[in-house]
Ligand binder design. Structure first.
Ligand code: XIL
Length: 314
């Protein structure tokens, strides 16, 4: 297809992207996917996609992602078991005890279905409050927290019990050493380790922009502290909105490439950082909006300057 593939330079390092089956009929999309060796479903493996009706598990879309990953020789990351968003309506109205059982049942059934096929899962997504100030942490006041305050512990313990070989991740945004919340999430993960809650990794979503971007030293230092804690790190959902500066996007030298550079270098600099994923293939597909040109491929699935930036670092 006329350009070099990231996966050919990755040498075992997992470089991935979020994909969506709605685009699989587009051969340009599939060609661009082939550059990666790791995949996550943008939406297809979420609670509402799999169990939109209580007790009726529909694995079709998640399975179809996994099938394509296999076909293209990509490893697959699971996202996400328990999250306050993209959860089905029915669970929000359950009483505490019923909801607790529903959490256990979802985690158990999904992990068993994918046993041996998906080696890392986001067990809980976005459970720490944005206002956490770096001095301890506040839990997000979601329906989950209100009804089942210990839902995080329950989800991780259940996951370990039913699928001991799966790597269990906590995943969140604003965790990239810009805002105070990143320190709070670190302390929260450290506390889980201290209390022997089975957690193997942390996902730093890395939805950022070119105007306020993570500094290399800070993100490098944060990742190294996670390593010392004994957890792995994945950069799970990287995209970089160019906000009001979208002419600065394709030179490979601009501020946007700087964000990609810092993120990848900081990850490669720390041996516990074992995965690096962008949140989508082409700019047109991005949840940040095509006008923000946040990804590595343009809307015609041609690699951008940022793509070459990444390629040259690998
Ligand atoms: C987003 C998807 O990209 C959108 O298509 C969907 O409408 C909403 O969810 N944090 C996460 C991801 O963990 O699951 C979200 O994905 C983006 C923010």
């Amino acid at each position: 297809n006329g350009y070099e593939l990231l996966r050919d330079y990755a040498k075992g390092f997992r470089i991935g992207a979020a994909t969506n089956t709605i685009h699989y009929s587009n051969s340009n999309y599939i060609e661009a996917m082939k550059s990666f060796n790791y995949m996550v479903a943008e939406n297809g493996c979420k609670f509402v996609s799999i169990q939109g009706t209580k007790g009726k598990f529909n694995f079709n879309d998640c399975d179809n992602h996994l099938k394509k990953a296999k076909e293209l020789g990509m490893a697959f990351r699971g996202h996400a078991l328990i999250w306050h968003a993209m959860a089905p309506q029915w669970i929000e109205h359950e009483d505490s005890n019923t909801m607790k059982q529903s959490i256990i049942n979802h985690v158990t059934t999904v992990l068993k279905h994918y046993e041996g096929k998906i080696d890392a899962w986001d067990v809980v997504n976005e459970a720490i409050d944005d206002g956490s100030n770096g001095n301890g942490w506040k839990f997000r006041n979601s329906f989950l927290y209100q009804k089942v305050p210990d839902f995080i512990d329950i989800a991780f313990k259940t996951a370990r019990e039913v699928s001991p070989n799966t790597k269990l991740f906590y995943n969140d945004y604003n965790t990239e050493a810009i805002w105070a919340k990143s320190e709070s999430v670190y302390q929260f993960v450290a506390d889980m380790k201290k209390r022997n809650i089975p957690i193997d990794g942390v996902g730093l979503q890395y939805h950022v922009g070119i105007n306020v971007q993570p500094q290399f030293n800070k993100i490098d230092n944060l990742i190294s502290r996670y390593c010392k804690l004994g957890v792995e790190v994945h950069i799970t959902e990287l995209d970089v909105s160019c906000d009001d500066n979208c002419n600065d996007y394709d030179g490979g030298e601009g501020k946007q490439s700087q964000v990609y550079t810092n993120a990848l270098k900081a990850c490669l600099n720390n041996s516990c950082c074992t995965g690096f994923l962008v949140w989508g293939i082409g700019d047109n597909d991005s949840w940040r909006g095509a006008e923000n040109k946040p990804l590595l491929f343009d809307s015609n699935y041609k690699p951008k300057g940022q793509y070459n930036t990444i390629l040259n670092i690998l």
